[in-house]
Design a protein around this ligand. Sequence first.
Ligand SMILES: Cc1cc2nc3c(=O)[nH]c(=O)nc-3n(C[C@H](O)[C@H](O)[C@H](O)COP(=O)(O)OP(=O)(O)OC[C@H]3O[C@@H](n4cnc5c(N)ncnc54)[C@H](O)[C@@H]3O)c2cc1C
Length: 408
Amino acid sequence: MRTTTVVIGAGHAGLAMSHCLTARSIDHVILERGEVANSWKTERWDSLRLLTPNWQSRLPGFGYQGNDPDGFRNMPQTIRFIEDYAASFSAPVHPHTNVTSVQSQNGGYRVATDRGTWDARTVVMATGYCNVPAVPALAAALPASIRTLSSKDYRNPGQIEPGGVLVVGASASGTQIAEELQRAGRQVTIAVGEHIRAPRTYRGRDIKWWMDAAGVLNDRYDEIDDIARARNVPSLQLAGSDDRRTIDLNRLTSLGVRMVGRLAGVANGKLQFSGSLRNLCEMSDLKMNRLLERIDEWATANGMDREVDPPHRFEPTQVEASPPLELSLEKSGIKTVLWAAGFRPDYSWLEVPVLDRKGRIRHDAGVVAAPGMYLLGLPFLRKRKSTLIDGAADDARDLAAHLAQYLA
Ligand SMILES: Cc1cc2nc3c(=O)[nH]c(=O)nc-3n(C[C@H](O)[C@H](O)[C@H](O)COP(=O)(O)OP(=O)(O)OC[C@H]3O[C@@H](n4cnc5c(N)ncnc54)[C@H](O)[C@@H]3O)c2cc1C
């Protein structure tokens, strides 16, 4: 089979690209191993709601239509939104078509799937960045009696065996799951590495509203001092809920969650934690305050100060004087370890030599180091918002323009 462009992945990013290609009359197909919105259908927990407000899902040619722009979608609503998007322009999705290899061939690409082979001049990889949970090597040293699972496998508290739970990672997923398990009556310990604290609301407005308005989410990859570092920054500690509550570490400890440093080792039935907890929390508070300063400056410069509440700062993260550096698995009652320490993409099917030593794709803001090959949906690909649903529109438009020029 032959087409001009193969898009791999029918999440919102692949669909956004498809919309842009359709607008340019570029013949293409979307190959999807599952169904439209597969990640949202198969890899998310039951209670998850988007942490971005409803209005903040602006895809090319599509946006929020309802009467609750400031609410937060649950999973069925998120899935329906993405399915409706695909239907709105009859996206050429081939579901249940797993891409098993992509090879260079005759100045283009040969894309092999479990349902036949496609030849195309150009390929867009929109397979997501959350394919493989980051599980540290030390996991192998955990005793067999400890159950482990990742945030991708987690569904609800009922799935977790009785006993305490160690949640590893304190970004959006880790803090949300820790809160849910603690409220369900589990004793949760959270191992805290680098994290970014953020209030749900500030000066009477949602933090995402401020970040959008002040241009924070539009920061470009070529305006940032250290883009390699920016691409590794974890997700904000945020959750979407009707009461718009903040779920920072102070909230978790007030619920009874025990806070420890980064999980650094497992030996002789003991979990070992790094002594960096206080520093990491101070750093996180500092970064939050820098964000709030940028927001305040923007508010003043744009004459907003009289429209919104006055600037203020939040109580620093409370860390106990000597957080434990070790916990005995037996004495602490921890029976389950839940990994929420991030993800990496899976390119095991990619046979074009574009991977670096660390298995990352070599690319310049989504233009891959192989002619006619493109990438979408990675952290800070072109803008700070690149991994958000709201970030796909700008990236897809820019890369579709590049692709069209390449074809011409
Ligand atoms: C827990 C969690 C919460 C999030 N919350 C928000 C939020 O509130 N707001 C927000 O804007 N963003 C959020 N995100 C970020 C982001 O929107 C999602 O990660 C989103 O799913 C990424 O979209 P995507 O289209 O790039 O990738 P995906 O949605 O993952 O789509 C990739 C598609 O590619 C398919 N695929 C992969 N490999 C192959 C293959 N070999 N062959 C064929 N098909 C393949 C997959 O099945 C999948 O359907 C969240 C992410 C996570 C993990």
